[in-house]
Design a protein around this ligand. Structure first.
Ligand SMILES: *Cc1c(COP(=O)(O)O)cnc(C)c1O
Length: 398
């Protein structure tokens, strides 16, 4: 059986980097590339109306998945753009009144780099730290809020360690001080139920391709009550009420809408299945191997995520020994640089353990057979590397 699996494509265990597009999503999108190809902003004929109607259905599906109203949804090219728009848009609109933002050291690079841009424009930033569980301390947030604080931006689910911040509590504190709360929910959509009202969230960034939707389409939710205002990033033809000009990609919007509909309908049951597989994988590994460390807390963590460090095993070497498995070491978003993960650093992991870290992301299409095979191969190659290391260092005889 192993030979059969080995000859196939590698088993995909990197669902935090991207997810395959659900065939039901592809099916919903296809007509909008071909016979229903109209520009959704063409107001003068049937083709335009047909595409516009599909975009509005999609907008309502996105809104429903997070408990928002359709008028509060702005389509973007993904979460990077939504995060840039949220931070820069709100700050540039309000900075004459308030000009301090609070975020966190373990945010995605598009948040941290937007913060650097805004700092160079004169905005003050406070960066909260996280504990070994990956979560902020609500008292740190309380202490950081000042009269000048405009916005807090904290991600709902961390993309490397899968930890879930207590958004409702964070939001309640923000609202007590009349501060807007933005959250990057790229890794949360379809992983945990989302409700912007119950979670006290004023702005939320979403992306299709982390939730079985298409790449290149996302959305920013912006609350209407109380209305949060933004300056657009782009100049253009006034689409999306001028907040995000540019022709909407109707097929991608349809795909994002369908992905949101599926996420909303299936999130609870799907995470139960994933939790079972993830916990099974973890116990298979801990039963067979010593020297494993779980990175980040297990209590508040999305079901499909496992991030572990394997003592005395370099993660890059392990990955090279496992071409039949597709997982990642640290974040794919920073894989161009050789530095060890700043997120693992932030939770206090020593450099050596950070370099021994694996991120495994199970997803909707992962099967129990694949997880069993992955566990078997990980154990095999981790033991191999550790034995070779002993032989090389000459202490095998001791
Ligand atoms: C993937 C990701 C992003 C970037 O989303 P894109 O749609 O690829 O631009 C932002 N934040 C988090 C947490 C992510 O995981």
């Amino acid at each position: 059986m192993n030979e059969v699996i080995k000859k196939r494509q590698p088993i995909y265990l990197d669902n935090h980097a991207t997810t395959p597009t659900d065939p039901r999503v592809v099916e919903a999108m296809l007509p909008y590339f071909t016979e229903k190809f109209g520009n959704p902003h063409s107001g003068s004929h049937y083709y335009g109306w047909e595409a516009a109607e599909a975009v509005e259905v999609a907008r309502a599906q996105v809104a429903a998945a997070i408990g928002a109203a359709p008028e509060e949804i702005y389509f973007t090219s993904g979460a990077t753009e939504a995060n840039n728009l949220a931070l820069k848009g709100v700050t540039r609109f309000y900075r004459d009144k308030k000009n301090h933002i609070i975020t966190c050291v373990s945010e995605h690079p598009c948040i941290l780099d937007s913060a650097l841009d805004l700092e160079s424009e004169g905005t003050d930033f406070t960066y909260l730290t996280v504990g070994s569980d990956g979560l902020i301390d609500i008292n740190d947030l309380k202490a950081a809020i000042t009269e000048d604080t405009l916005l807090v931006s904290i991600m709902t689910v961390q993309n490397e360690i899968g930890t879930i911040q207590p958004m409702a509590e964070i939001g309640a504190l923000c609202h007590e001080h009349k501060v807007y709360l933005h959250t990057d929910a790229a890794q949360a959509l379809g992983k945990i139920p989302l409700d912007v009202k119950a979670m006290n969230i004023d702005l939320m960034s979403l992306t299709g391709h982390k939730a079985y939707g298409p790449m290149g389409c996302g959305a920013l939710y912006v609350t209407n009550k109380p209305k949060a205002r933004l300056k657009p990033l782009f100049s253009g033809g006034g689409q999306e009420k001028g907040i995000r000009p540019g022709t909407l990609p109707a097929p991608l919007c349809v795909g994002l809408g369908k992905a949101c509909e599926l996420a909303q309908a299936e999130v609870v049951q799907e995470s139960e299945v994933l939790r079972g597989m993830r916990d099974g994988l973890l116990s298979a590994l801990t039963d067979a191997l010593s020297g494993l460390h779980i990175n980040g807390g297990m209590d508040a963590r999305v079901a499909g995520n496992l991030n572990i460090s394997v003592e005395n095993v370099n993660a890059e070497s392990l990955m090279a020994a496992l071409p039949d498995l597709a997982f990642s070491t640290g974040s794919a978003c920073s894989s161009a640089s050789a530095v060890s993960s700043y997120v693992l650093n932030a939770i206090g992991l020593p450099g050596e353990l950070a370099e021994s870290s694996l991120r495994i992301g199970l997803g909707r299409f992962t099967t129990a057979e694949e997880v069993d095979y992955a566990a078997m191969r990980l154990i095999e190659e981790i033991n191999n590397i550790r034995e070779n290391r002993q032989v090389l260092s000459g202490d095998a005889a001791e």
